[in-house]
Structure formats: structure tokens, C-alpha cells
Design a protein around this ligand. Structure first.
Ligand code: ZN
Length: 481
């Protein structure tokens, strides 16, 4: 079992081995005021005597720095964890009965958004009926979304609140399609209570996975949730770096927020931008057509507009987190950075870069940019006959997520999960067992990128990511009980 040590006031850890430091030897680590005060090499194991709670004996287990997930949607994940979920339902009746159970806990009038039903997996044919939803929930608006997210069904209370201007809403059957269901949260945003309990659930999962720091992308509501949480909790159990979605850039600038504002638990870092879509949706921008399609993806911004946004963030001391998956999107970003004078100290970062070319890796290095990658994608999509091979021309398939080349080029690499799913172990395992020979990295390199590398990306390399004197005491280890 994995145990996490987060920010203890005083603690002595005896008989541990230390990741990255003469790993055959045993050490004693002394923690004072939440920081690693002293690391002592032990000539022989110390006798196991636990006199009080401030001494921990690891009996030779390895101590690692706490994992630092450099790309999450932590709040979003938390909301998903607490939401009504229909995965695994086998019939419409099954959906109704889960809804009936759930509605008991919900105050009258507040909206219920359920996710994940899939009628193609049901045993018998059937449909969710608006009339049944009305019977179960006469007072609360209810919207149930299909597993794909592009189709849903609403009850009468929900339909009342859906503006008549919204298209693709069938008011008789309650069926919703595309934008009407994709953006339903705009009409029924999560309540403060839901946001607060969502964050708590996400932190619970972080504790279980050995994650002590995360980076999240926030809007106003998410940002306020973090502020409420950290104001209330003296030992908050997590450290966060936050990037606002670019829709908020003007407000962030006008309030004077800059990269690094915050405290040891919560820091504002900058702005998150998208430049293309995803491989799964054929919208990542690449330089050839996708397999069997007449499209080479989508660039979200015209170059002048993107340049303006990049300059705006950079000039206002905000670090950029730029989503760019295909080489065409990456080229668009690199051409902008090559054409402007920018603050390299900010360490602007490119997210995903799943299909980066060799040349682009070298260019990123020259521009002092950071590679923020998610090895989970390899585990999910990179094996033969999985999504990458079905969508991508061979040349592109062969270059997906080449962590080895990024490290070899000396480009700083930060690893994260993108919450797909959340947790470092699946990603580390996927990076180590990359199915394309030559793209894999060692366990040691993967752990380093998930700790030191992520700390560097959030400008915390002097506080986090290593077990070293003066560093924060955010640590993990494995134990039997
Ligand atoms: Zn993401």
C-alpha cells in the first residue's frame, strides 16, 4: 500500500532508502517545521523503536518525493466523482432507480445532471422517457447525458429553463442534442456545495495515488473554490498551481495577478490556451490528412490572434500553458515564439505535444520552452489497433509521445495525467512500456519527470521534487499494512 507524508510539522524517518541517492544505503531523514532538515547516512540499521508518533520506521522501504501531476482537471474530476453516474446500468429501469436513490439527497429545486448511460449496452431495447423523469423528479430539473456527451434527455423542469433560442431541443420528447447537451452546465452550474465536495473528493483520490501537488486549469468558480478550501483548512493535504482559461485573461490582467502570486499551498501561474483539438476527434492539427479522412485537423486561432494572446500573457508576467497536439499546431506556436521577444524566465509550456517532430523538439529546447506530456495517452491509445493507429498516418503513429527523444534533447519534461485517469502509476508504467521501441524511458526517468520535472514547470524546483535538505517534506513510500 502507498502511504503519503504531507507537510508534517516534525518527524523522523528511520531506516529508509532514498530515491536517487545511493539507493543501497539506509538513511535517517529528519523533518523540522515541514521541511527536510537533515539526512543522515546510517552505517547500520537503527533498532526499531517507535516511541511516539514523530518517529517512523520504514524498515528499508524506498522514500520518494511526492508525485506532482503537472496537468490535471482536478476540479472537473472532483465534480465528476460526486455526480450522478449511470455507468454500468443495464436498462431504463436501472437508470430510474439510481435517479430515485440520488434524488433523496438533493434539495428541492436544485438541478441534477447525470452522466454516462449507454443504451447500446442494455439487455433489452428501451428508452429513457421524459414522462418517467417527471414522475421521479417533479420539482428538480434533471438532465441525463449519454456516455458520448452529445445526446441527452431532460425533464419538464429542466426544459422550462432551457431558453427557446436553444436549437436541437425536442420539447416533446425532452431529447437534447449536441451543443444543447454539451453546454448544459452553463444553464445549471454546480453549486458552491457541489464544488466544495468535488474538491474534497479529488483530494481524497490524490492522497490515495501518492500525489502531493497538482496543476489545474480554473475558471472563476473553481478559483473561488480553491480559495475557500485553503482559507478553511490549516493542513490542506495538497498544493496547487493554477492557470486560468484564456477567456479570463483580461480580468486576470486587470486585477494585476501575476505568476507566483499565492502561498506555499496555492499559487497562480498563468493562462491556459488551446491551439488545436484532439486526435480522437480528428481535430488535432497535423500536416497530412488523417487516415481515410479529408481533414488535417483544426487550428483554433488565426496566427495574429494567437500571437496577440501570447504577447499579452507574456508582457503581463503570466506563464502560458499552451495545448498543442499536432505538428501543425506546434509549428504555429513555435513560429510565434521565434518571431517575438519574450520572457524566457517564465518557462512557457506546451501541453501534450503528442505528435511533435524531431526538429520541433530541438526548436522547443532552443526557445527554453517546457514539454508537458501525459504518458497515460500511450497506455490508452498507442498499442497496435488502438485509436492512434486507426486515425494517424504511419509516420505520425510512429512518433507519438516520444519521451526518450525529448529527454535526450535536454528539453525539460514534466509529466501529468490529464485525469485520464488521474494518478501517476498508470502513466509511469505506460512511459516505461511504450510500444514503439525507442520512445520508452526508464522507471527512474519517468519518476524524475513526474516529480522534479513537474516542479520545474511550476517554478518550484527549489522546494519540491527532491528529497534534499531544505525541501518540503511531501513524500511517499510503500508499506505492507
Ligand atoms: Zn487537459
Amino acid at each position: 500500500m502507498l502511504k503519503r507524508i504531507f507537510n508534517p510539522w516534525n518527524l523522523i524517518i528511520n531506516n529508509c532508502r532514498i530515491f536517487g541517492r545511493n539507493e543501497r544505503k539506509l538513511f535517517q531523514v529528519e523533518i523540522v517545521n515541514n521541511k527536510i532538515e537533515k539526512i543522515r547516512l546510517l552505517r547500520k540499521p537503527l533498532a526499531k523503536k517507535i516511541t511516539n508518533n514523530n518517529i517512523l520506521d520504514l524498515a528499508g522501504s524506498m522514500l520518494y518525493p511526492g508525485f506532482n501531476d503537472s496537468h490535471t482537471h482536478f476540479m472537473w474530476m472532483g465534480l465528476k466523482l460526486i455526480s450522478l453516474n449511470f455507468e454500468g446500468t443495464v436498462s431504463a429501469e436501472d437508470v430510474y432507480s439510481r435517479l430515485k436513490e440520488y434524488i433523496k439527497k438533493v434539495p428541492p429545486g436544485s438541478a441534477i445532471i447525470g452522466e454516462g448511460y449507454d443504451e447500446t449496452k442494455w439487455k433489452a431495447e428501451g428508452n429513457i422517457l421524459k414522462s418517467e423523469l417527471d414522475k421521479i423528479s417533479p420539482k428538480n430539473p434533471v438532465v441525463l447525458r449519454r456516455v458520448c456527451g452529445h445526446k441527452g434527455i431532460a425533464n419538464t423542469e429542466a426544459l422550462k429553463r432551457i431558453p427557446s433560442t436553444w436549437k436541437i431541443v425536442n420539447r416533446d420528447s425532452g431529447e437534447l442534442f449536441e451543443d444543447a447537451v454539451l453546454y448544459i452546465r452553463k444553464l445549471f452550474p454546480p453549486t458552491e456545495d457541489e464544488l466544495d465536495s468535488g474538491l474534497k473528493e479529488a483530494i481524497k483520490l490524490a492522497k490515495k495515488e501518492g500525489v502531493t501537488s497538482i496543476t489545474d486549469v480554473v475558471n472563476k468558480d473553481y478559483f473561488k473554490t480553491y480559495q475557500r478550501y485553503f482559507a478553511k483548512n490549516k493542513n490542506p493535504e495538497i498544493r496547487v498551481s493554477l492557470y486560468f482559461t484564456y477567456e479570463n485573461i483580461n480580468e486576470v490582467i486587470s486585477t494585476g495577478l501575476e505568476a507566483g502570486f499565492g502561498n506555499e499551498y496555492m499559487k497562480v501561474r498563468g493562462i491556459k490556451l488551446f491551439t488545436d483539438g484532439s486526435i480522437g476527434a480528428y481535430t488535432a492539427a497535423i500536416n497530412q490528412n488523417f487516415l481515410g479522412k479529408k481533414t488535417n485537423g483544426v487550428l483554433i486561432f488565426q496566427t495574429p490572434k494567437l500571437k496577440e494572446l501570447i504577447l499579452k500573457a507574456d508582457r503581463n508576467n503570466l506563464q502560458l500553458m499552451i495545448h498543442a497536439i499536432g505538428d501543425r499546431a506546434i509549428d504555429q506556436v513555435l513560429s510565434i515564439f521565434k518571431s517575438i521577444d519574450f520572457n524566457r524566465e517564465l518557462r512557457h509550456r506546451l501541453e501534450h505535444i503528442e505528435l511533435i517532430s524531431d526538429r520541433q523538439i530541438i526548436e522547443m529546447k532552443k526557445l527554453d520552452l517546457i514539454a508537458s506530456m501525459q504518458p497515460n495517452f500511450v497506455g490508452e491509445w498507442s498499442h497496435p489497433d488502438e485509436m492512434y493507429s486507426q486515425r494517424l498516418p504511419l509516420e505520425y503513429f510512429m512518433r507519438n509521445n516520444n519521451f526518450a527523444k525529448v529527454i535526450k534533447a535536454g528539453l525539460p519534461l514534466a509529466l501529468g495525467s490529464d485525469c485520464m485517469p488521474f494518478g501517476p502509476w498508470y502513466g509511469i508504467e505506460s512511459a516505461v512500456n511504450h510500444p514503439i521501441i525507442g520512445s520508452e524511458i526508464s522507471f527512474r526517468q519517468a519518476v524524475k519527470a513526474y516529480t522534479e520535472g513537474s516542479a520545474f514547470a511550476e517554478h518550484e524546483e527549489k522546494n519540491k521534487g527532491k528529497i534534499k535538505e531544505g525541501y518540503l517534506a511531501d513524500l511517499i513510500y510503500k508499506c505492507d499494512s
